[in-house]
Design a protein around this ligand. Structure first.
Ligand code: 8YV
Length: 314
């Protein structure tokens, strides 16, 4: 298998993944190439697989430049950076890393809820800066019992719901269709969901239909006491609208792990204590990232050994 060329489109910043790939395949690291077009051209006849992540996948342009491409194995559950229709059309297999990251992402969503409502980051800064010795401490907002509305009750949405239930939070959700075996309240529109919950969580996949699913109307429905949690993708939220709502006090707060133009985060948010900002680390634990790398490599091995894929999408 050593002679099989694998193109890594994401930065080679995951040591476990890079090591495993380099042990088994000939790894081409696109991110390090000074002239990417020349790099692809020089290796296009050896590249039979692409490995990307949430930020760098395989678009139509790249796929068209790789005549020997057979499989795209993504180091992510979200596949919004992979042109799935193009892969289908060309008979290119696609795999992702579902399930292994569900717990971490759901844990982080709850962590963000607590961090925003109980002002954990602000309180930490208060202690570190020595302000505790001088001033009084501001009261925060209780989390237990707050109503949680979830956009997208898939694997991750469901794991968030289960955790929030342990905090006695009433759960409701929005999705394309109502789920028959689910006890949570379904709302047929995101605006209705937002108007009826205290904490709105984005947990759906990014598609053309869900881009800017959280817009001005939804933010206004959530209101000045409402909290937005985004562990999905930045483009789910109309970011300039979110920034103005927070600056104008039309929204109570936000916990954000993802942004429209990562790693660029609107600087107007930096001074707001009701906002918690994370650098897209939902799945970022040692355990989960190793499990994701094992899946990426396991899928490639299965494909090249003509065995069934572990987590096929296309
Ligand atoms: C990762 C993700 O942060 O799985 C996803 O869709 O967004 C994350 O698990 C990412 O792929 C690593 O960059």
């Amino acid at each position: 298998m050593e002679s099989i060329g694998v193109l890594m489109t994401c930065p080679p910043i995951y040591p476990h993944l890079v090591e495993k790939l380099e042990k088994r395949f000939t790894l081409y690291k696109l991110h390090n190439a000074p002239d990417k077009t020349h790099f692809i051209n020089s290796h296009k006849n050896s590249i039979r697989a692409v490995v990307g992540n949430a930020g760098f996948g395989a678009d139509a342009d790249l796929i068209d430049q790789l005549p020997k491409l057979e499989i795209v194995s993504s180091y992510s559950v979200g596949l919004d950076k992979v042109d799935l229709p193009k892969c289908k059309e060309k008979g290119i297999r696609v795999t992702n890393t579902p399930d292994v990251l569900t717990d971490d992402v759901a844990d982080l969503a709850i962590g963000l809820m607590l961090a925003v409502l109980r002002r954990l980051c602000e309180s930490d800064r208060y202690v570190r800066s020595g302000k505790w010795k001088k001033g009084d401490y501001k009261l925060t907002t209780k989390f237990t019992g707050k109503s949680v509305g979830i956009i997208g009750l898939g694997r991750i949405g469901m794991a968030i719901a289960t955790r929030a239930e342990a905090f006695s939070c009433p759960i409701s959700y929005y999705g394309r269709t109502e789920k028959p075996d689910v006890k949570y309240k379904f709302y047929p529109s995101v605006v209705e969901l937002a108007a009826n919950c205290h904490i709105l969580v984005v947990a759906c996949a990014l598609t053309e239909e869900t881009r800017h699913i959280v817009n001005r109307e939804v933010i206004n429905a959530l209101g000045p006491k409402g909290i937005l949690i985004n562990i999905g993708r930045g483009p789910h939220v109309d970011e300039p609208e979110l920034v103005s709502a927070l600056l104008e006090g039309r929204l109570g707060g936000a916990g954000l792990d993802v942004f429209e133009d990562e790693p660029n985060v609107p600087e107007q948010l930096f001074g707001l204590e009701n906002v918690v900002l994370l650098p897209h680390v939902g799945s970022g634990t040692v355990e989960t990232r190793q499990a994701m790398a094992d899946l990426v490599v396991g899928n490639l091995e299965a494909h090249f050994l003509n065995k069934p894929l572990l987590t096929p999408v296309v």
